[in-house]
Design a protein around this ligand. Structure first.
Ligand SMILES: [Zn+2]
Length: 413
């Protein structure tokens, strides 16, 4: 159906558009796949294109691009350990502008990283422009089985704002699916995310042009967000650069609920535009229409390591370490082997006792589906104690002392 619309649009524009008018047509499934593959191939040292699953009905490839510095030289474990931002688009197939936003962001990161590798250093980006390939191909909200993929994730599944009736194309619907995580597309996205050390997850949608929280925090079915102060910091920064405000979601079982609840990423939907069901942008360029949203994507990327507690070492001695929390959230249960500091607030500097060359803390409060998803391991400098020269003689003294004690003990016998 999308192809017929595109064809009709091209014919219409050929007869009506003035040469000066900039009118852009959104990608089709095939052109998005081709352009994404082509884009990644231009940066072989930092980008890998892959097709990792096939859609339910039409067997279309679900494709992603993985981005990291010298990516071909990294082992699977090294790649999986990098702090990661994940961006997807078109869980709803009729929300084409969200796929465009994912594509443009990928393009920007690749261009900038190629010009300046520090833009990419120590981080990983993964982008899936089209989650719901069948829906995107047909310009339908739901997948081939009539399931609203953004109600199908196994976190708070079916709790509110979902339907138990299969949706039909092109009509919209919120069918949550026969069981939680039942759909191939949902499982493919979960598998992909489970292979990441996920810090931030942006899921692209269109319709309301704002930011959506992972679950309701007000009214009926509200559940507090454990790391709300971190979220709030990020949301304020996001509003400053993009002008977008945030709201509760309208349904449960969304990908972002799972992204935060199970995978501990700061996860939000970015509703990048109000436009749906159209292959054509009425006026201006796609990039112009998404400029504010892309600023928000940039903000998250450039501050990725700050999403949570982020302890930086200010000073070290043989028996203490002084750290400052430069992150946007608190650091929890910090230890260097000698006692535990429950919480270090953002901006706070703390000196902690150490025993060894190792420090640990949790970046977030949310625990997720696996233990230690947010655990940070920091190597400390091996510093000899101030009286290190006298240490051998001290040991010598204690040995002599022990011998004397033994001798005394034997004599008393
Ligand atoms: Zn949507």
């Amino acid at each position: 159906m999308k192809y017929i619309l595109v064809l009709l649009t091209i014919i219409f524009l050929a007869f009506t558009a003035q040469p000066s008018e900039a009118v852009e047509i959104l990608h089709t499934y095939d052109s998005m796949k081709e352009d994404t593959q082509e884009l990644a191939s231009q940066y072989p040292n930092i980008a890998i294109y892959s097709e990792h699953a096939s859609s339910t009905g039409l067997n279309l490839e679900i494709f992603s691009v993985d981005v990291a510095l010298n990516i071909t030289e990294l082992s699977e474990d090294e790649l999986a350990a990098l702090p990661t931002m994940y961006v997807d688009g078109s869980h709803h197939g009729n929300e084409g502008m969200s796929a465009e936003a994912a594509f443009l962001f990928l393009q920007d990161i690749l261009e900038r990283s190629n010009a300046n590798p520090t833009y990419l250093e120590g981080k990983r980006l993964v982008v899936t422009p089209v989650m719901n390939a069948d829906g995107y191909f047909q310009d339908c909200r739901n997948n081939w089985d009539g399931v609203d993929l953004n109600r199908n994730y196994p976190y708070m599944w079916g709790m509110y704002g979902t339907s138990d009736t299969r949706g039909t194309c092109p009509a919209s619907g919120t069918y949550r699916g026969p069981s939680e995580g039942s759909e191939i597309e949902t499982q493919a996205n979960m598998d992909l995310m489970r292979g990441m050390n996920l810090y931030v997850y942006f899921s692209g949608h269109t319709g309301s042009n704002d930011i959506v929280l992972p679950w309701k925090i007000t009214g009926e079915f509200a559940v507090p967000i454990a790391d709300w102060e971190l979220y709030e910091h990020f949301l304020n920064e996001a509003t400053n650069v993009s002008g977008l405000t945030y709201r509760d979601p309208s349904g449960a079982g969304e990908s972002i609920a799972w992204g935060y609840g199970a995978r501990t990423a700061v996860s939000v939907i970015v509703e990048v535009d109000t436009m749906q069901w159209s292959p054509v942008l009425p006026d201006g360029s796609i990039r112009e229409a998404l400029v504010n949203e892309l600023l928000m994507y940039d903000l998250a990327w450039e501050n990725l390591k700050l999403f949570g507690g982020y302890l930086e070492i200010v000073d070290e001695t043989s028996n203490s370490v002084t750290v400052m929390n430069n992150g946007w959230g608190a650091a929890y249960n910090t230890t260097a082997g000698n006692g535990i500091i429950d919480i270090i607030q953002p901006g706070e500097t703390v000196t902690i006792n150490r025993n060894g060359n190792f420090m640990q803390y949790h970046r977030l409060l949310q625990v997720g589906e696996k233990e230690n998803l947010t655990l940070m391991n920091v190597n400390l400098t091996d510093i000899k104690s101030d009286n290190s020269e006298s240490t051998p003689s001290l040991s010598f003294v204690s040995i002599i002392f022990c011998l004397m004690a033994v001798i005394t003990f034997r004599r008393k016998k």
